[in-house]
Design a protein around this ligand. Structure first.
Ligand SMILES: NC(=O)C1=CN([C@@H]2O[C@H](COP(=O)(O)OP(=O)(O)OC[C@H]3O[C@@H](n4cnc5c(N)ncnc54)[C@H](O)[C@@H]3O)[C@@H](O)[C@H]2O)[C@@H](O)CC1
Ligand SMILES: [K+]
Length: 513
C-alpha cells in the first residue's frame, strides 16, 4: 500500500520539515537535485559523461531544483547547460540562492524569457544540441493551465526533441492533484518526485505522461507524513498476502460462512448464478441463490455446487426471513430491474437482515443516495456501483463522476456509512476514514458478468469473517488480478466472467506459497 499525497499535504510536509530544519528549504532542494542526478546516473551509467544535458529552470522552486541538478552534474564533469526561463532578478528565495551559487561554477547559463524575440528559435537550437532535458519549468506551484510563451517551450520539448526527458517532481504543465482534463504539459521518460507520489503520477490518464516514476524522500521524516495524513492509498497485488486471514486447520463449512444471493428478474438470473459460483470459488462454505420457485427450471443445471432457495412469492416477508436466517452476508441488485416491486424487495432485505449487505447494479437506479441512506442507517453495507449507476444514484453526470472519482466515492460513503466501491479503471474504494485506489486490472474485465463476479467475491470474503473494508480491498485487488491472469492465458477477447471465476483463487493466493 503506497501513500499518495496531494499538493496541499505535500506543501505542509515541506513546511513542517523546513521549520524543523530551522527555516532552511535549501537542504531539501539539495536532496531533490541529488535524487535527480542519482537517477540519471542509474539510467545512463558511465555513458552520462558523454551526454549533453540541458537543465531548464522556471523561476519557482522547481527551477531551483533544476539549478541544483546543473551544478551537481557539472561537478561530476558532465557537459551541462542551464536555461533560465525568466530574468535572473525574477528568481526569488531558494531558487535565487541556487542561482547565486551556480554562478561560481563554470556552467553555461542562457536566459530565454518571454521578452526575447529570438527566444524560441534559440531554445530549439539548444534542444537540437542536447541529449537529455531536465524539466524544472513548473512543479507543484502550477496555478493555471500553461499558455503563451511557456506553452511554446513545452510544445518544443515534446515535438522537436528526441532525447531523454527527466521531469523534476512533476512533468511541467500537469497539476499535481488532477488526472483528467489535462492541458499542455511535458511528456517525460522519467519523473523524480519528492516526499510522496502525487495523484498525477498514478492516476490515468495524467500518469501516462510521467514515464517511470521514482519517489525520493529528500529526508522528510515519516512522522511528518503521519501528521499531514494521506490523500489516498494506492493498492495492488502485493497487498493480497498481508490482507489474507489464516484459518485454523479444523475449519469447516460453517467457519467459511454462507453467502446469500438474491436473484433478479427472469432473463437476468445468470447474474446471480455467476455471483454465487464466484462466491464459492472465493472460499465461502455455502452459497445459496434466492429465486422464485417458477424460475427454478431455468437455473437448476448450471453449477451443482450452487444451492437454491425456492420462494413461492419472492417479495414475501416469510420466505425472505427464512432465507436470510442462515446467511452470513447477502448480495442484492444484479439483474434486479427498476420499479416499486424491486424497491420494496430491497427495503425488506434491509429491514429483515442485520448482517452485512452488498448492494450492486440496479439498486442504484431504484434509490437516490439520500433516500437510501435513510433506510440503511447503522447497517454494515457495501455499495459497488459503476460510474453510470453512481450517476443515477447521486444525480451527478458520469463525466462529473469520472473527473472526481475520489471525492464522489468519499461523499457517498460519508452519506451512507457504506464501504463504497466505485468501479472502472482504477477502482476507487472509500469508507468514512480512508480512500484507496486499485492498480490491478485490465480492459479484459470489460465483459458481461464481470461486476457480478466481483459482487460474489466481496460477499464471500465477508462471509469468511473479513472486515468489510478488508473484504472489499482483497476482493477488488484479486478480481483485477484474476482479469490479468485470464488475459495472459486467453488473450483479451477470450476473457469471460467464467474465466475470471476460474482464476479467482489463483489471484487470492498471489504471493502465498
Ligand atoms: N522548499 C520546498 O517547499 C521544496 C520545493 N521543492 C520544489 O519546489 C516545487 C514547488 O515550487 P514552487 O511552489 O515555487 O512552484 P513552481 O516552481 O512549481 O512554480 C511556481 C512559479 O511558476 C509560476 N506559475 C505558476 N503557474 C504558472 C503558469 N500557468 N504560467 C506561468 N507561470 C506560472 C508562479 O507564479 C511561480 O513563480 C516542487 O514541485 C519541487 O520541485 C523541492 O525543492 C523540495 C523542497
Ligand atoms: K517539472
Amino acid at each position: 500500500m503506497r501513500v499518495v499525497v496531494d499538493s496541499i499535504r505535500m506543501r505542509e510536509a515541506d513546511r513542517l520539515t523546513i521549520e524543523m530544519l530551522n527555516s532552511n528549504g535549501i537542504i531539501l532542494m539539495e536532496h531533490a537535485g541529488t535524487a535527480c542526478v542519482r537517477e540519471l546516473e542509474k539510467e545512463f551509467g558511465r555513458r552520462l559523461i558523454e551526454k549533453k544535458v540541458l537543465c531548464i529552470a522556471g523561476k519557482g522552486n522547481n527551477g531551483g531544483d533544476a539549478i541544483v541538478v546543473a551544478r551537481q552534474l557539472k561537478s561530476k564533469g558532465v557537459n551541462v547547460k542551464l536555461i533560465l526561463l525568466a530574468k535572473p532578478d525574477d528568481y526569488k528565495g531558494d531558487a535565487r540562492f541556487q542561482l547565486e551559487i551556480i554562478r561560481n561554477y563554470p556552467v553555461e547559463i542562457e536566459v530565454i524569457d518571454k521578452d526575447r524575440s529570438d527566444g524560441l528559435e534559440v531554445f530549439r537550437k539548444n534542444l537540437s544540441e542536447s541529449d537529455i532535458v531536465v524539466d524544472g519549468i513548473f512543479g507543484t506551484g502550477l496555478s493555471k493551465p500553461v499558455e503563451g510563451f511557456y506553452r511554446k517551450i513545452i510544445d518544443a520539448i515534446n515535438n522537436d526533441f528526441n532525447g531523454f526527458v527527466l521531469s523534476v517532481d512533476i512533468p511541467s504543465g500537469l497539476f499535481a492533484d488532477k488526472s483528467t482534463d489535462i492541458y499542455s504539459h511535458i511528456k517525460a521518460n522519467l519523473t523524480v518526485t519528492f516526499g510522496k507520489i502525487k495523484p498525477c503520477h498514478v492516476l490515468y490518464p495524467a500518469s501516462k505522461s510521467c514515464g517511470r516514476v521514482v519517489e525520493d524522500w529528500i529526508t522528510i521524516p515519516d512522522f511528518v507524513f503521519e501528521k499531514v495524513g494521506e490523500y489516498f492509498y494506492l493498492i495492488g497485488k502485493d497487498d493480497i498476502k498481508p490482507l489474507k486471514k489464516d484459518f485454523p486447520p479444523d475449519s469447516h463449512k460453517g467457519t467459511f460462512g454462507h453467502a446469500g444471493i438474491i436473484s433478479g428478474e427472469k432473463g437476468k438470473l445468470g447474474a446471480s448464478i455467476l455471483a454465487s459460483f464466484a462466491a464459492l470459488k472465493s472460499g465461502c462454505g455455502l452459497s445459496t441463490v434466492y429465486i422464485e420457485e417458477s424460475d427454478y427450471p431455468f437455473v437448476s443445471s448450471f453449477y451443482p455446487e450452487v444451492m437454491f432457495y425456492l420462494a413461492k412469492v419472492k417479495n414475501s416477508d416469510d420466505f425472505l426471513t427464512e432465507f436470510l436466517n442462515t446467511k452470513s452476508a447477502v448480495l442484492i441488485g444484479q439483474g434486479l430491474g427498476v420499479g416499486e416491486y424491486q424497491k420494496s424487495l430491497v427495503k425488506k432485505v434491509i429491514k429483515l437482515f442485520d448482517k452485512p449487505i452488498v448492494f450492486d447494479a440496479d439498486v442504484f437506479k431504484n434509490f437516490t443516495v439520500d433516500e437510501f441512506a435513510e433506510y440503511t442507517k447503522g447497517k454494515e453495507i457495501v455499495l459497488t456501483p459503476h460510474p453510470g449507476e453512481m450517476s443515477s444514484f447521486t444525480g451527478y453526470s458520469t463525466k462529473e463522476i469520472q473527473e472526481n472519482r475520489i471525492e464522489v466515492a468519499k461523499e457517498v460513503s460519508l452519506k451512507t456509512g457504506a464501504v463504497v466501491v466505485l468501479k472502472g479503471y482504477q477502482t476507487v474504494i472509500a469508507n468514512r476514514e480512508k480512500v484507496f485506489v486499485n492498480t490491478t486490472g485490465t480492459s479484459a474485465l470489460g465483459t458481461a458478468g464481470s461486476g457480478d463476479v466481483l459482487g460474489g467475491i466481496i460477499t464471500s470474503l465477508i462471509c469468511q469473517g473479513y472486515s468489510l473494508i478488508n473484504a472489499v480491498l482483497l476482493g477488488v485487488i484479486s478480481h483485477g488480478l484474476a482479469g490479468e491472469i485470464a488475459e495472459n492465458a486467453e488473450g483479451r477477447e477470450g476473457v469471460t466472467a467464467g474465466s475470471l471465476i476460474d482464476k479467482i483463487s489463483k489471484a487470492l493466493n498471489y504471493g502465498i506459497e
